[in-house]
Design a protein around this ligand. Structure first.
Ligand code: FBP
Length: 560
C-alpha cells in the first residue's frame, strides 16, 4: 500500500527560496529601524491600551559584516484560525532558522490553536517530524483553533506553560483576529515583565490582512488559483452544455479580494463585489435587478447559461442586511442566555422571538427572508463575535429571488428564456491545497524572518516580507508593529481593539480592471481556463503570482 502520492514525494524535496539577506544566514543580519508608527485609527485609545508596545518603528534586515552570536532559545508556535496553504512552511522556515542560529534551540508546537498554549498541550519539533510536512498544505501538523486570547486567566495560564517549557518567544500564525490575539498577548507579557516575546505571521486566504508593508497574506495565492481552476472548469461545462446558470459563492469572510481575484483569472459573466454593493448602497432588490438584467439580455441572445461569482461576505454588505445583522448580533448575545429562546420548541418560535426583539425596520427585513436563511443567521457566532458567513447560503437566496423575479418578467412578456440554476460554494476546497511555489517560498521566508525578529529581541511585531513580484532573492525582510494595523470596533456588543480588515479599494487597480471589462464579459463569453496549479515546468506557468498582487505592486512601483 502506498503511504504517499507521487506529488507528495516530489514536493517534499522542494527547497523553498529565501530573500538574499536571509539566505546569507540568520546570524549575519543587522536590524535597520525606520520611523515610529501610529495605529490606523483611534490612536489615543490604542496607545492607552497598548502602553508598552505602541508606536514602535517599522524594521528591516540587511546583512552585517560581523557574525552575531545567538543565545539559546526555546520558541513556541501556534497556528490560529482558518487553514491557509503554506502554514507548514512557515513552521519549517522558523524551525530551520532557529536550528541554524543555535543547534540547541527548541521549537514547541501548541496543539489545536491558541487553546494549546492555555492548556499546555504541545509537541516538540524534531528534524524527522518537520521533514514530513515540508511544502504540504493543511494545518494538521499541530492543528488550529479560533480561541480568543483576552482574559487575565488565559494570559496567566499561557505564562505558566511558557515558563514550564523555558519558552522566551511565541509565534502566532494567523489572520486579523489571531494577530489581534498576538498584539494583546505581547502587551500583557511586556506589562508583566515576563521577558516573553510575541511575533505574528500574516495568514489568511481572505487576503484582507495587508498594508504597504504586508503586500499579501499567505495562502491567498494558492486558494485563489484553486478556486479559479474550479470556476474555469465550470465555465467550460456551462459553455458545453449551455443549459445552466452556475452561482458560485467564493470564500472570504468579509472582503471580496478572493472573489475579485478568481474573477480576474476566469472572466465570468457576473461578479458581485461586496464593497461596491455597500458603497453604492445597493439593496438586495437592486442586486437582483442587476443580475436579472444580464440574465434576460443573455436569454435574448439565446444564451440560457452563465456564471455568477458571489463573495461569501456579501450579505453583511447589503445596507438593510448589515443593519439587521448588526442588530441581530447584539441581541444574540442576550438570547443565548434567554430560556424562552433556548427552550423554544420550534424554529418558527425562535424566529418570532427574534422578530419581536429586533428594531422594527430590521424585523421587517428579517421576516422577508426565506426560512433557510433566517435559520442560518441564528447559527452560533465565532469566538470573535463574527457571523459565520460560510454557513449562510447567499447563493441559494439569490437563486430563489431571481427565479421569482424572472417568473414575474415572464408574465409581463419581458423574459423569454429558461432559467435553470446550479449552486456551488468554493471555500474549504482551497484552504489546504499544496502551496503554490509562491506560497511555499513566501511562507518559508515569513517563518525564517519571524525567527530573525525574535533574535533581535522584538515583540508585538508582524513578520513582513515585501517586494513580492520580484524574484525571491530580491524580497525585503523585516517587521511591522502589530499596533500599527489596529483600530477600535464593536465585537459582541462592546468596543474592542482589533486589526483593521483591508477591504477591496474601489479606486484601486484591481477593482478597476473588473469594472473596465465586466460589461463585455457579461454578454460575450470571454471565459479563461487557468487549469490546475503547476509546481514543475516553465516559470511563466509555475511562478506567476496573482493578478491582485501584480496590479497592486505595479501601481505602487509606478508611484515611487
Ligand atoms: P481566517 O480569517 O482565520 O484566515 O479564516 C478565514 C476563513 O477561511 C473565511 O474565508 C471563512 O469565512 C472562515 O474562515 C470559515 O471559518 P471556519 O473554518 O471556522 O468554518
Amino acid at each position: 500500500m502506498k503511504t504517499l502520492s507521487p506529488l507528495q514525494i516530489e514536493r517534499l524535496k522542494y527547497q523553498p527560496k529565501l530573500p538574499e539577506c536571509l539566505k546569507k544566514g540568520i546570524n549575519s543580519l543587522e536590524l535597520v529601524e525606520g520611523s515610529k508608527t501610529e495605529s490606523v485609527r483611534d490612536q489615543e485609545q490604542i496607545k492607552e491600551l497598548f502602553k508598552n508596545t505602541y508606536g514602535k518603528p517599522v524594521v528591516s534586515f540587511k546583512n552585517s559584516i560581523s557574525l552575531k552570536a545567538s543565545e539559546a532559545r526555546h520558541v513556541g508556535v501556534i497556528l490560529s484560525g482558518g487553514q491557509a496553504p503554506g502554514g507548514h512552511n512557515v513552521i519549517a522556515g522558523l524551525y530551520d532558522a532557529l536550528k541554524q542560529a543555535n543547534s540547541s534551540n527548541k521549537l514547541y508546537g501548541f496543539l489545536g490553536g491558541p487553546s494549546g498554549i492555555i492548556d499546555g498541550k504541545y509537541i516538540e519539533f524534531t528534524d524527522e517530524f518537520m521533514d514530513k510536512y515540508r511544502n504540504t498544505g493543511g494545518f494538521d501538523i499541530i492543528g488550529s483553533g479560533r480561541t480568543k486570547l483576552e482574559t487575565e486567566e488565559q494570559f496567566q495560564k499561557s505564562l505558566a506553560v511558557c515558563k514550564n517549557l523555558g519558552i522566551s518567544a511565541v509565534v502566532i500564525i494567523g489572520g486579523d483576529d489571531s494577530n489581534t490575539n498576538a498584539a494583546l498577548l505581547a502587551e500583557w507579557f511586556v506589562k508583566n515583565n515576563t521577558g516573553i516575546q510575541v511575533i505574528g505571521c500574516p495568514k489568511t486566504i481572505d487576503g484582507d490582512l495587508k498594508n504597504e508593508q504586508i503586500e499579501i497574506s499567505f495562502g491567498f495565492d494558492t486558494a485563489t488559483k484553486t478556486y479559479a481552476e474550479l470556476i474555469g472548469n465550470i465555465e467550460r461545462d456551462a459553455n458545453s452544455a449551455k443549459k445552466y446558470w452556475h452561482f458560485v459563492k467564493i470564500m472570504g469572510r468579509s472582503a471580496s479580494h478572493v472573489a475579485l481575484e478568481a474573477a480576474l483569472q476566469t472572466q465570468p459573466n457576473i461578479t458581485l463585489i461586496s464593497e461596491e454593493v455597500e458603497e453604492k448602497k445597493m439593496s438586495l432588490d437592486s442586486i437582483i435587478s442587476y443580475m436579472c438584467d444580464i440574465i434576460v439580455k443573455r436569454a435574448n441572445m439565446g444564451k440560457n447559461f452563465g456564471i455568477a461569482v458571489i463573495p461569501e461576505g456579501l450579505i453583511e454588505f447589503i445596507p438593510e442586511m448589515k443593519s439587521m445583522i448588526s442588530n441581530l448580533n447584539d441581541i444574540m448575545a442576550t438570547l443565548e442566555n434567554d430560556p424562552d429562546f433556548v427552550n423554544a420548541t420550534t424554529i418558527r418560535d425562535k424566529f418570532d422571538i427574534v422578530e419581536n426583539r429586533l428594531e422594527s425596520a430590521n424585523a421587517k427585513v428579517y421576516s422577508s427572508l426565506p426560512i433557510l436563511i433566517k435559520g442560518q443567521l441564528l447559527a452560533d457566532r465565532d469566538p470573535h463575535g463574527n457571523v459565520q458567513v460560510s454557513k449562510i447560503e447567499t447563493e441559494k437566496l439569490l437563486i430563489e429571488m431571481i427565479q421569482e423575479r424572472l417568473s414575474e418578467l415572464k408574465l409581463q412578456g419581458e423574459y423569454i428564456g429558461k432559467f435553470s440554476a446550479q449552486s456551488h460554494f468554493f471555500g474549504y476546497e482551497g484552504r489546504c491545497a499544496f502551496p503554490s511555489n509562491f506560497d511555499a517560498d513566501y511562507c518559508y521566508s515569513l517563518g525564517f524572518n519571524a525567527f530573525a525578529l525574535i533574535n533581535f529581541g522584538l515583540t508585538g511585531y508582524l513578520s513582513s516580507v515585501r517586494n513580492l513580484t520580484a524574484p525571491a532573492s530580491q524580497w525585503i525582510a523585516g517587521g511591522i508593529p502589530l499596533t500599527m494595523m489596529m483600530n477600535m470596533e464593536k465585537r459582541h456588543g462592546e468596543m474592542k481593539p482589533v486589526i483593521q480588515k483591508a477591504l477591496v479599494k474601489l479606486d484601486g487597480p484591481v477593482f478597476k480592471q473588473l469594472e473596465e471589462h465586466r460589461e463585455d464579459w457579461a454578454l460575450n463569453d470571454r471565459y479563461l481556463f487557468p487549469g490546475a496549479i503547476q509546481y514543475f515546468g516553465p516559470s511563466c506557468v509555475c511562478d506567476v503570482t496573482t493578478c491582485t498582487l501584480q496590479l497592486e505592486r505595479a501601481k505602487t512601483l509606478a508611484a515611487v
